[in-house]
Structure formats: structure tokens, C-alpha cells
Design a protein around this ligand. Structure first.
Ligand SMILES: NC(=O)c1ccc[n+]([C@@H]2O[C@H](COP(=O)([O-])OP(=O)(O)OC[C@H]3O[C@@H](n4cnc5c(N)ncnc54)[C@H](O)[C@@H]3O)[C@@H](O)[C@H]2O)c1
Length: 265
């Protein structure tokens, strides 16, 4: 018996990385998963892989910045699976910082908010009536970032991820009487396809030194936390922000290394 037997699950940005790992984990534990992504081929590949391994999934092309696509995805999930019990808001956008903040382009700034903040709002709003009808098992898991808690660059992205913390807390209280829980997972550096596609994966070994647990995260680390918060195991947890970061946020290893180097000479 799987934790998500009989559940309908919708994951945004599920065509690779953390979203893919979450989709696979939900399906592996009995859930029926709508694998949504802005890139249709990515959603197709992940849904196919889930089906091949004996799970239940459907691919669905959906840009979370597009209201009609979001409404379509939610309606499709309910029609196909009979219910929508879990929503994972994982899709994001991250604009590179210009050299000086005053050079930040409106379009880049707004896109980060459009996808990360408004996309999460849009999907949550469309899903909420269905989650509230899910006999107390309705849950939203938002995917934030350690960037909302400490400096790691990416101004618009960090501000957008911080907005998700406030959104999570507020909606958690407002949706609680309707039997819907809302929580947020806050990943630290996680080796996903995104890092490879940006040509940045070579920095991960260096970043690992700043993590008390000695490595960067895996998509599966994040999927474990996402599915925990979505499951009945977390039935008395709502409104929380859960760092899944190998101890990054409670440490200051860079400063301590500098101190040790200076102290030793
Ligand atoms: N990987 C990390 O180091 C890291 C660290 C902290 C937080 N996170 C967060 O984890 C989440 C997933 O990150 P990842 O590294 O797996 O990302 P990724 O870049 O590997 O994959 C993201 C997926 O989202 C899809 N996508 C992009 N824009 C979309 C849109 N508008 N609508 C729908 N889908 C869209 C992409 O096509 C892609 O398949 C994000 O919310 C990210 O901010 C990641």
C-alpha cells in the first residue's frame, strides 16, 4: 500500500530536476501524476518513464504564467484521476543579476515574479476547490530556496522566493478550515539538469565544501521532503518552511574556514 494510492497529483516544472524526482516518487508510492512542464517533450519523457516503470502518469504542456494552460491542467488532472489531492508548485524563473542593480530590466524582473510568485498563486487558486474536496488530504507544497533566507545572488529570484514564504504562511491559515495544508520546501544547492544546461555543474564540487553535510543535494533529497509534506505523515504540519540544505542555513563554514586559515597563519 503506497502513501499516495488513489491520489491525483499535479507537479509543475516536472520535466526534469526536482520536479521530475518528485513526480517519480509520488508515482512510485501509488499516486497518479500529471507531469506538467513548459517544454512538452520534457513532460512527455518523464510521464513515459513513469508509465514504463509501472506507475500512472500523464504529460501536460503548461506554462504556469498562462492562466488558460493552468486551468486546463487542473481540469485535466481532475478528469483523468478523479480527484486532485496534491499540488507541487515547483516551476521557477531566475534572471541573472546585471553588473549593477540599476541596470535590471523590467522584463527580466517581472518574468521571475510572473513564473515563481504569480504562477504559484495561479496554480494554487485553480487547484484549491479540488484540494478542499479531497477529504482532508489536500496539500500544496511550494518549492522555495535558501536564497530567501541568506545571500546567494539573484536579486529578483531571491525576492520572489521570499514572497512564497509569506504566501505559504497566509494561505496555510486561510485554507486550514477547508482541510488543505500548505507548506514550503527550501532547497539548498541541488545537482539538477538545470546546472548542467547552464554549463555550471563544475562549480558544484566547490560549493559542496560550504555544506556541513559535505555534499550538495540531489533531486531525490528534495523529492523525499516534498512527498513527506504532501503525505498524511505530515497531517498536523501546515504553514512551515522546511530547509533541505545539508545544514547550510545554520552554518557559516566560509567564514570559519577563513578564520582558521588566518589563525593558523
Ligand atoms: N537546483 C538547485 O540548486 C535549487 C536550489 C534552490 C531551489 N531550487 C528550486 O527547485 C525548483 C526546481 O529547480 P530545478 O533545479 O529542478 O530546475 P530545472 O531548471 O532543472 O528544471 C525546471 C523545470 O521547470 C520547467 N519550467 C521553467 N519555466 C516554467 C514555466 N513557466 N512553467 C512550467 N514549467 C517551467 C523547465 O522546463 C524545467 O523542466 C525551483 O523552484 C528552484 O527554484 C533549486
Amino acid at each position: 500500500m503506497g502513501r499516495f494510492d488513489g491520489y491525483g497529483v499535479l507537479v509543475t516544472g516536472a520535466g526534469q530536476g526536482i520536479g521530475e524526482a518528485a513526480a517519480r516518487r509520488f508515482a512510485g508510492e501509488g499516486g497518479s501524476v500529471l507531469v506538467t512542464d513548459i517544454v512538452p517533450e520534457r513532460a512527455d519523457r518523464v510521464a513515459e518513464a513513469i508509465i514504463t516503470s509501472g506507475g500512472t502518469a500523464e504529460p501536460y504542456a503548461c506554462d504556469v504564467a498562462d492562466q488558460a494552460a493552468v486551468d486546463g491542467a487542473v481540469a485535466f488532472a481532475v478528469e483523468r484521476f478523479g480527484s486532485l489531492d496534491v499540488l507541487v508548485n515547483n516551476a521557477y524563473s531566475c534572471a541573472a543579476d546585471p553588473e549593477r542593480f540599476e541596470e535590471f530590466e523590467d522584463t527580466a524582473w517581472y518574468r521571475d515574479f510572473e513564473v515563481t510568485v504569480h504562477g504559484t498563486m495561479r496554480c494554487s487558486r485553480a487547484a484549491l476547490p479540488h484540494l478542499a474536496a479531497a477529504d482532508g488530504r489536500g496539500a500544496i507544497v511550494n518549492v522555495g530556496s535558501v536564497n530567501s533566507e541568506a545571500y546567494h545572488g539573484c536579486t529578483a529570484y531571491s525576492a520572489a522566493k521570499a514572497a512564497l514564504v509569506g504566501f505559504t504562511r497566509t494561505l496555510a491559515v486561510q485554507a486550514a478550515p477547508r482541510g488543505v495544508r500548505v507548506n514550503l520546501v527550501q532547497p539548498g544547492t541541488t545537482h539538477t539538469a538545470g546546472w548542467d544546461q547552464r554549463g555550471q555543474s563544475h562549480v558544484l564540487a566547490h560549493l559542496a565544501r560550504h555544506y556541513p553535510l559535505g555534499r550538495v543535494g540531489t533531486p531525490e533529497d528534495m523529492a523525499a521532503a516534498i512527498t513527506f509534506l504532501a503525505s498524511r505523515d505530515a497531517s498536523w504540519i501546515t504553514g512551515v518552511t522546511l530547509p533541505v540544505d545539508g545544514g547550510l542555513l545554520v552554518s557559516n563554514l566560509g567564514m570559519n574556514q577563513a578564520f582558521d586559515e588566518d589563525a593558523v597563519g
